[in-house]
Design a protein around this ligand. Structure first.
Ligand SMILES: *Cc1c(COP(=O)(O)O)cnc(C)c1O
Length: 387
């Protein structure tokens, strides 16, 4: 019995090896490892792809989120930045590292993304309390497009406007995802809807480097200018520092690799979608597992294919015993992490996030996953149900 891995980044890399080597040789020949035409070329490609005016390449998705927040004006400990508890910790790390304070609102039980009603409830409650309490002010919101599916942006943008919040999209799992805006009556790209958006090019993402990388997207010229400074020690030009910045640049070799892989992204995303629909079909007769919900107003790019099952841990163990690796995204909601003990949350504070954390299971998902492999995954799930 062969092993079915949870992730396969080796197959596409083997196919592109010749092109990667050419990029590497060119970098050795020119000695251009930081900045230069590869970085600028990739930024142009990716801005066109996301329908934004600017793309600024940075060192990671975490850099992208942190820089986007700072450039948009978030910085004081009294600034509250609202996000969801069921995301990768980088979302909230960026908030604390920007100098602000994270706060959570719960998610929608069907999409697993931010529940706009909960966002509004939080803001209403907060403005009622404000006169009596601290000087903390909700300043920004980070909707996360989790698993490759966009959060319901229309109501989130409307509420943000009403309460004067900056919107930063965490699009780190959503390269190429789309959202149908009922307000604008058209499809929009992930990363084009907020004040700014963050992408990660960590190797396992839908578009991944062969190392670290990230990008901030924006239509705001001033935000783009600030991020170009923040990634490079706050420099406007060499040794002239307008602000205190970071070392957070996108590596030129990685930008070259990303340009090569970028050309395949639409076709890889399409393959992921086809794989998701095959899983949906094969799993449709099973009451014991719940397949992902894709509303008609989104086109998910299935960074992850996440099912739900009672006795999830037992199912995961059974699959592994049968040579099938799976993942958990994520097993512990952020408000219950030890790292955020200081926020004072308790079990029960965000019941939807807490419930799904116990039931979710990410099945193998990548463009090169075959129909036969998917059938074996589903057959094994069926066996687990009957044993
Ligand atoms: C991967 C990821 C990040 C962070 O990206 P890095 O490139 O690893 O820093 C942030 N948010 C989400 C939702 C992610 O999946």
């Amino acid at each position: 019995m062969t092993h079915i891995p949870f992730l396969d980044i080796n197959t596409p890399h083997a196919e592109l090896e010749g092109e990667f080597l050419a990029v590497f040789r060119e970098a050795l020949r020119t000695g251009r490892f930081v900045g230069g035409p590869e970085v600028e070329g990739f930024e142009q490609d990716f801005a066109d792809f996301c329908d934004t005016d600017y793309c600024v390449g940075v060192g990671s998705g975490t850099d992208a989120l942190r820089f986007a927040l700072i450039a948009a004006g978030v910085q004081a400990p009294n600034d509250i930045v609202i996000t969801v508890p069921n995301t990768f910790i980088a979302t909230t790390e960026a908030i604390s590292q920007a100098g602000a304070t994270p706060a959570f609102v719960d998610i929608d039980p069907k999409t697993y993304n931010m529940d706009a009603n909960k966002l509004e409830d939080y803001l209403k409650k907060h403005s009622a309390l404000r006169s009596m309490r601290s000087a903390c002010v909700p300043k920004a919101v980070i909707p996360v497009h989790l698993y490759g599916q966009m959060a319901d942006m229309d109501p989130i943008l409307e509420i943000a406007q009403k309460y004067n919040l900056i919107v930063i999209e965490d699009a780190c799992q959503a390269h190429g995802a789309e959202y149908f805006s009922r307000r604008e009556d058209r499809w929009k790209k992930a990363g084009s809807m907020g004040k700014a958006a963050a992408f990660s090019f960590y190797p396992g993402k839908n578009l991944g480097a062969c190392g670290e990388g990230g990008a901030v997207m924006t239509n705001d010229n001033e935000v783009a200018r600030k991020i170009r400074m923040l990634r490079d020690h706050g420099q406007v030009k060499k040794y002239f520092h307008e602000m205190d910045g970071y070392n957070g640049r996108l590596d030129a070799i990685q930008a070259g690799f990303l340009r090569i892989k970028f050309r395949h992204l639409p076709q890889w995303n399409e393959k992921r979608r086809q794989n998701a629909y095959l899983y949906n079909k094969l799993l449709s007769s099973l009451d014991e597992v719940q397949t992902p919900y894709e509303p008609e107003w989104t086109k998910s790019v299935y960074h992850l294919y996440v099912i739900r099952a009672q006795n999830r841990d037992d199912l995961q163990k059974y699959l592994l015993e049968n040579q099938i690796s799976t993942g958990l995204h994520y097993p512990v909601p952020l408000h219950l992490q030890k790292a955020y003990k200081n926020l004072g949350h308790r079990a029960g504070d965000f019941p939807v996030s807490e419930k799904i954390a116990k039931e979710i299971l990410s099945l193998p998902m990548y463009p090169d996953l075959t129909g036969q492999q998917q059938e074996r995954v589903v057959e094994t799930i069926k066996k687990w149900i009957t044993v």
